[in-house]
Design a protein around this ligand. Structure first.
Ligand code: GDP
Ligand code: CA
Length: 328
């Protein structure tokens, strides 16, 4: 079984960790792994240069989470992290007080930057870094070309997505999101095939606008998803009218989508009506929307979708996959 996941950072990484636990349980290969092949296509729209190094927040969150090195409490960054380098940079007046660059994390960025400067593509660099972390999935960036999400604010400023998200905590409303570099970008090697040749495509509970939306905007990706023979099932990142963590509501509002599980599903659209979804899993809190989702052509169900720990998340992944039979 080939499963392809389109992922942002924390939401997508946690979901994928649960999915892998489920597959190891259900499709064991006898060596502690699984016979299923999981490919994760990661958003790289949050990437940026900081202090001369290339930071790829979503790729790193995936790598650390699936590699067992993530700071559990934060959901991103390394466990047992220190910030001596950041502190010393601040002494030169060169710190970015709003963006944490931990010492161990910095080693990842230095390694990535060195390999990029040696001429490797981001896909090749990602594969190389993953050799250390063994995430148990094939980890692909959405594109090898830099695509950066910038945010046009209502006050007229335009800032990098990370500055809006981390520094401003999305406090200044966004007017629109612009993916700088998108026109010149192509999907990274293997991305389109991972969608067209999959048995199942899963949209985890990642940010529909700046994580999954950005991946879908890469030329060729949306068409591959619309055309694949594989069922496409998703898990709502919105529970009871609120994003569980973070400020995804500010992103949805900016693109005119209500912060509800059903509105996000309508935004993606049912494949029977030209959209990209066959199935949609909502939280029990939103169980009332299941009939309307079914009317919209989606295989829909409700369950507890709070990813509190790995076994719970594995059950959420099982519920998402169980939509496949009803969707195909
Ligand atoms: P980011 O790149 O780190 O922001 O992570 P993602 O884009 O992958 O996921 C962020 C989204 O995950 C948030 O907008 C939340 O709505 C959603 N999310 C986080 N935790 C949970 C959870 O436990 N359950 C569900 N259903 N959604 C979650
Ligand atoms: Ca992100």
């Amino acid at each position: 079984m080939r499963i392809t996941v389109l992922s942002g950072g924390v939401g997508g990484a946690r979901f994928t960790r649960g999915l892998l636990a489920l597959l190891r349980d259900r499709l064991p290969d006898g060596a502690g792994g699984t016979t299923a092949q999981v490919t994760v296509v990661a958003n790289t729209g949050d990437d940026m240069w900081l202090h001369g190094v290339r930071v790829c927040p979503d790729l790193d969150t995936l790598m650390y989470t699936l590699g067992g090195a993530v700071h559990e409490g934060q959901g991103w960054g390394r466990q047992d992290e220190t910030s001596r380098v950041s502190g010393d940079l601040a002494a030169y007046g060169l710190g970015w007080e709003w963006f944490t660059l931990g010492d161990l994390d910095l080693a990842t960025h230095l390694a990535r930057t060195q390999l990029l400067q040696e001429g490797l593509t981001l896909s090749q660099v990602t594969a190389r870094l993953a050799e250390r972390w063994r995430p148990g999935v094939r980890l692909l960036p959405m594109s090898d070309q830099p695509v950066e999400t910038h945010v046009e604010l209502v006050d007229g400023r335009t800032v990098h997505f990370e500055e809006w998200w981390v520094r401003l905590r999305a406090g200044v409303p966004a007017r629109r999101f612009v993916q700088v570099g998108l026109e010149a970008a192509t999907a990274a090697p293997g991305v389109v095939e991972a969608l067209t040749e999959a048995d199942v495509v899963v949209l985890p509970p990642s940010n529909p606008v700046v994580s999954i939306g950005t991946i879908l905007a890469v030329p060729g990706v949306r068409a591959a998803l619309a055309g694949t023979a594989a069922p496409v099932v998703g898990v709502s990142p919105v529970i009871g009218g609120a994003p569980v963590r973070g400020m995804a509501d500010a992103c949805l509002t900016a693109i005119g989508v209500e912060t509800t599980a059903a509105a996000v599903a309508r935004h993606y659209g049912s494949r029977s009506t030209g959209g990209i979804l066959d199935g949609w899993l909502v939280d029990d809190a939103d169980g009332g929307s299941v009939p309307e989702l079914a009317l919209a052509g989606l295989a829909a169900a409700a369950t507890d979708t709070l990813m509190t720990d790995v076994p719970t998340t594995a059950r959420i992944a099982a519920a998402a996959l169980s939509l496949v039979d009803r969707a195909s």
